[in-house]
Design a protein around this ligand. Sequence first.
Ligand code: ARG
Length: 458
Amino acid sequence: MAQLWGGRFTKETDAQVYAFNASIDFDKRLYRQDIEGSIAHATMLGRQGILTEEETQKILDGLRGIREDIERGKIVIDSRYEDIHSFVEANLIDRIGDAGKKLHTGRSRNDQVALDMRLYTREQILAVDALLKELLQVILQTMEENLETYMPGFTHLQKAQPITLAHHYGAYFEMFKRDRQRMKDIYERMNYCPLGAGALAGTTYPLDRELTAQLLDFYGPTLNSMDSVSDRDYLIEFLAALSTVMMHLSRFSEEIIIWNSNEYQFVEIDDAYSTGSSIMPQKKNPDIAELVRGKTGRVYGALMSLLTTMKGIPLAYNKDMQEDKEMAFDAMDTVKDCITLFTGMLATMKFRTDRMAKSAMNGFTNATDAADYLVGKGVPFRDAHGIIGRLVLYCIEQNTSIDALSLEQLQSISDRFEADIYDAISLKTCVEKRLTIGAPGPDAMRKVIALHKAYLVR
Ligand code: ARG
């Protein structure tokens, strides 16, 4: 057992207590951030004359040496230490002797861990954002290639009106674009440095908090030392944004699972992204989409866990906050894996455009357009709606579709039908005429795609 605080104790910590209390097994992934923070702290202590130049140099060399040795596998972060902060400090003292004991001047593990977690989260926000950008690029490419790939649009999972594949994908483009905007918002709000808050009440040393903030690329120091050590809002916000990403991925996965089913056969997931059955030789299952849908639960779990952990904690730091890490790390890893795999699955998925178009043609997806046709012939919309309703009923009885009826049959229901009805309700017309911005008409979509392209080169 190696801990930083034996002085006021007369007994060894109980071994089970030590293990229960320790966080090294999961906070060791913060070693880079911990060392980076210590380098900034020591640099600042040196500039302020709190450490001599020689002490500062020794500490900086020592910290960089530890980082190198960890990265080369020369030292292993092991469970003899309570946490990553103890590990780095103990190693530093072993390495450079007494100067190492001065690193923690004017600092507490409370502001140290607050800093480490912020630095880590900040990197993760950028990493998730970069992965989302790649996903958007794949989505946009499919949009550009499928401006005239017709498919049914659904409401209530019932065929509603015809759309295009580009339009359907465009909806997901909007969702993941908003997810990126959320990443940016969180980054802007969280990018302030808690270092220098001390245990809770700052310190009497003349620390230069502006300098450490600047060295670590923060916009500036946080402004209340109690809040600095006990704020985990940024992590909750990030987990909420990650949960929203998962919700979007999960909806998309659900659609792909449906499209990939034997009944639909709109898509075929690539062999590299499918799995088989141990018993049924014919099976090719959409496991990746199912797993992405399934893993959504654990990411929501991380959000609920941290919200609940934080809700009863009095100011300032309490050990409960150590529970901010394991599930948050798991959520970050999970979301990054899910976006990566999902992007690969999308990029390799094939579309059965013939089946999609055929599906768009039946199920009366042109009923609205037939009603609009009658409106064009002077029938008030409500009456037109009623006429087409009766027409649909007639078609169901005759087991046919509106466009397959003869003009005589159509005219037996309304004398306003003329020969131009067939063109007015063809699949092509139904889609092409939808030209309000945001609608599936290819000319409208081209304008939107141009905006998306400009957005993605930024
Ligand atoms: N392992 C602790 C955490 O993750 C570090 C901070 C410990 N501070 C303390 N006062 N015991 O929160």
